[in-house]
Design a protein around this ligand. Structure first.
Ligand code: AKG
Ligand code: FE2
Length: 386
C-alpha cells in the first residue's frame, strides 16, 4: 500500500475543499461528481479492457484452509499456497480461527467510526506519514492529480502499547475491538509467513532443526510493523467516471483484508480486471511488494483496485505487515544462485518514502524501481534509487 504523503502537492493540500473527504462531500447533496474526481477515459473502470463486460467478471481466488495448514495435509496446503502466491498473488483464507463475532465487531466499529461527525474525525486528519493515526481521503492525498472516491483511517499497531493511547477513543469500544483484532491478525500473519517460507524452501518443516534463517527472519517479523487501514467508499453518483482506489500494489509482506458483502475489489489476472467475490468472514490475503522482493520475484505483488458503486456504502479493513520500518528488505540469500541472480535492490522505508514523496505514485512503479536488470551490479544499486 502506498500511504498518503507529506509534501506540497496540489491535490488535497490543507485548506482544499476536498480535504474533508468524500463522505463529507456527499453529505452536501451531490448528484454529479466534481471534475477533480473524473478519470481520463483510458483510466476509467469500464473502458480498461476491450470488452467492457470483462470488468464485471468474477474471479474465484484460490482458497487456503488455515486449519488444514496446521494438520496432516500441511504439505498439500503448502503447495496450494505456493501456487496461489505465484499464479494470483492473492488467496482467500478460511477456517482461520478468528471468530465471526470478532470479525463482525470489527466491521461494526469501522462503520461507526466513519459515522462520527466530521469534527470528531477531523482531529486525526494529517498528511504526516509517520503519524500513528491518520485520517484522510483519496489514495496519495497530496499527490493525486485525480482524486479517488475513498476516505480512510490508518493506525499503527505494533508495538501496541506505543500506539494504543493515540488511537481514537470513540466509538466507545473502538480501542478494545481493534486491539484484539490487531493481535489476532498479527498472529495469523506470523503463522502464514512461516508457511510461506517453508513453501519457498527457505526453511524446513516444523520437526526439523531450526535453521539460522528461520531464527532471523521470523524474529524480525515478530518485531515488525503493522498498519491497519480502514477504508470507506461512500455511494458515488457517477461510479463509471472514477475509482474507489486506483491500481496499486501493497507495501509490506502480506495484507490481510476484511471486506463487507459489497463487491468492489478487483484484481488484475491475466491482463484483465476481475472482481473478487466477497466470502463471508474469510480474509482476502495478498502478497505485498516486500514478499515479492524477499522471494526474489517468485511470489507476485499483484495490481488491484477498487470500483466505486452508486447504491451502497462499502467498507474494508486492511492489515499490512512487514519488517520494522528501519530494517532492510532484500531477496533471501537462499533463493539466489548462479541460475537465479538477485533481481531486486535492497530497500527500506526510507527508500520508499523518498520515492513516493517525489512523485505521484502509479501502479507498481515503486516495486519496478527496485528491479535490477541482469547487467546491473550490486555496487550500482544506489543509482537506481535516486
Ligand atoms: O477495499 C479493498 O477491498 C481493498 C483495499 C486495498 O487495496 C488497500 O487498502 O490497500
Ligand atoms: Fe491494496
Amino acid at each position: 500500500m502506498t500511504p498518503a504523503m507529506v509534501g506540497n502537492g496540489e491535490s488535497v493540500t490543507p485548506g482544499s475543499q476536498y480535504q474533508k473527504g468524500v463522505k463529507h462531500l456527499m453529505e452536501s447533496g451531490l448528484h454529479t461528481i466534481p471534475k477533480k474526481y473524473i478519470l481520463p477515459p483510458s483510466d476509467r473502470p469500464t473502458t480498461n479492457s476491450e470488452d467492457s463486460n470483462v470488468a464485471k467478471q468474477n474471479l474465484q481466488l484460490p482458497i487456503i484452509d488455515y486449519s488444514e495448514l496446521l494438520g496432516p495435509r500441511r504439505q498439500q496446503v503448502l503447495q496450494s499456497l505456493a501456487n496461489a502466491c505465484e499464479g494470483y498473488g492473492f488467496f482467500q483464507l478460511v477456517n482461520h480461527g478468528i471468530s465471526d463475532d470478532v470479525m463482525s465487531s470489527m466491521r461494526d466499529v469501522s462503520g461507526k467510526f466513519f459515522d462520527l461527525p466530521l469534527e470528531e474525525r477531523e482531529k486525526y486528519m494529517t498528511t504526516d506519514m509517520r503519524a500513528p493515526v491518520r485520517c484522510g481521503t483519496s489514495f496519495s492525498q497530496t499527490k493525486d492529480s485525480v482524486l479517488c472516491w475513498r476516505d480512510f483511517l490508518k493506525l499503527l499497531c505494533h508495538p501496541l502499547p506505543d500506539f494504543l493511547p493515540h488511537w481514537p477513543d470513540s466509538p466507545l469500544d473502538f480501542r478494545k475491538v481493534v486491539a484484539s483484532y490487531a493481535e489476532k491478525t498479527r498472529y495469523l500473519f506470523l503463522v502464514l509467513m512461516e508457511a510461506i517460507q517453508e513453501s519457498l524452501g527457505i526453511i524446513e518443516g516444523k520437526e526439523e532443526e531450526v535453521t539460522e534463517e528461520k531464527n532471523n527472519i521470523l524474529k524480525d517479523l515478530e518485531d515488525g510493523s503493522q498498519m491497519m487501514i480502514f477504508n470507506l467508499y461512500p455511494p458515488c453518483p457517477e461510479p463509471d467516471l472514477t475509482l474507489g482506489m486506483p491500481p496499486h500494489s501493497d507495501y509490506g509482506f502480506l495484507t490481510l483484508l476484511l471486506q463487507d458483502q459489497v463487491e468492489g475489489l478487483q484484481v488484475q489476472f491475466q491482463g484483465q480486471w476481475l472482481t473478487v467475490q466477497p466470502m463471508n468472514n474469510a480474509f482476502v490475503v495478498n502478497v505485498g511488494d516486500h514478499l515479492e522482493i524477499y522471494s526474489n520475484g517468485k511470489y507476485k505483488s499483484v495490481l488491484h483496485r477498487v470500483m466505486a458503486n452508486a447504491e451502497k456504502n462499502r467498507t474494508s479493513v486492511a492489515s499490512l505487515h512487514s519488517l520494522p520500518f528501519n530494517y532492510t528488505v532484500r531477496p533471501s540469500p537462499k533463493l539466489i544462485d548462479e541460475a537465479n541472480p538477485k533481481r531486486y535492490a535492497d530497500t527500506n522505508f526510507h527508500t520508499f518514502l523518498a520515492y513516493v514523496t517525489s512523485r505521484e505514485p502509479k501502479r507498481k512503479d515503486f516495486l519496478d524501481s527496485r528491479k535490477l536488470t541482469s547487467t546491473c551490479l550490486e555496487g550500482e544499486e544506489d543509482k537506481q534509487i535516486k
